[in-house]
Design a protein around this ligand. Structure first.
Ligand code: DX5
Ligand code: ZN
Length: 218
């Protein structure tokens, strides 16, 4: 089966040292770097935009997994691609033209992701499977790090896994993933695991130890 990937989310990093933090989790064995972009409109928090993605790009060659929690998303896709995103994920709830957003991301030469909030059914991705490289299933309501994993989202992961069947599409879970919740998410069919607090805020262990602990359950 496909190698599970761990994607540390720098939302939980020290924002005054984002470059160092990005480099540190890359060197500690993180597979992807997850970058959470929030607009204070689609979600009740504001983070950063393309200039920060661009500033971080020289710090690692790892895959930049840019999670857009913004509405509208389409006007900014080219800017995130130019800033150094490798994959760009747009929420199905963020506008009426998710299919067009995914087409645009592919046309920019990037991996196209579609995200589902916890209240959104798996079936929403069914018409998108020919144009998506990744489905992100939120396992918390988006907006903040450090929230509790929603076990109800496991059913959505399992349904997405069934819909995806044999296609070359990654299934990512995001929110409340740690060494204890990762196993259920993996069993349901996820193969990319975002982790914010569990990497950056969880006790005295090193980043490498925390990433390894998550990987051992994945
Ligand atoms: C939440 C973000 C997540 C967040 C996860 O809205 O999309 O990527 O960083 O943080 P943890 O792992 O702490 O729940
Ligand atoms: Zn995220």
């Amino acid at each position: 089966s496909i190698r599970p990937l761990i994607a540390p989310s720098i939302l939980s990093a020290d924002f005054s040292r984002l470059g160092e933090e990005t480099r540190a989790v890359a060197e500690a064995g993180g597979d992807w770097i997850h970058l959470d972009v929030m607009d204070g409109h689609f979600v009740p928090n504001i983070t950063f935009g393309p200039p920060v993605v661009k500033a971080l790009r020289p710090h690692t060659t790892k895959f930049f997994d840019v999670h857009l929690m913004i509405a509208p998303a389409d006007p900014y896709l080219a800017a995130f691609a130019e800033a150094g995103a490798d994959g760009i994920t747009v929420h199905v709830e963020a506008g009426p033209h998710i299919h067009r957003s995914l087409q645009t991301i592919r046309a920019l030469g990037k991996r196209a992701g579609v995200a589902l909030n916890p209240g959104t059914p798996a079936a929403m991705v069914e018409p998108l499977l020919d144009i998506a490289d990744l489905v992100l299933v939120m396992t918390v309501n988006p907006g903040f790090g450090g929230q509790s994993f929603l076990a109800s989202a496991l059913e959505t992961v399992a349904r997405v896994r069934a819909l995806v069947a044999g296609r070359d599409i990654r299934i990512e879970v995001d929110g409340g993933i740690d060494a204890t919740t990762v196993e259920a998410a993996a069993r349901a069919g996820a193969d990319v695991f975002v982790a914010g607090n569990a990497v950056f805020k969880d006790g005295p262990a090193s980043y490498a130890e925390r990433i390894a602990a998550i990987r051992s359950g994945a």
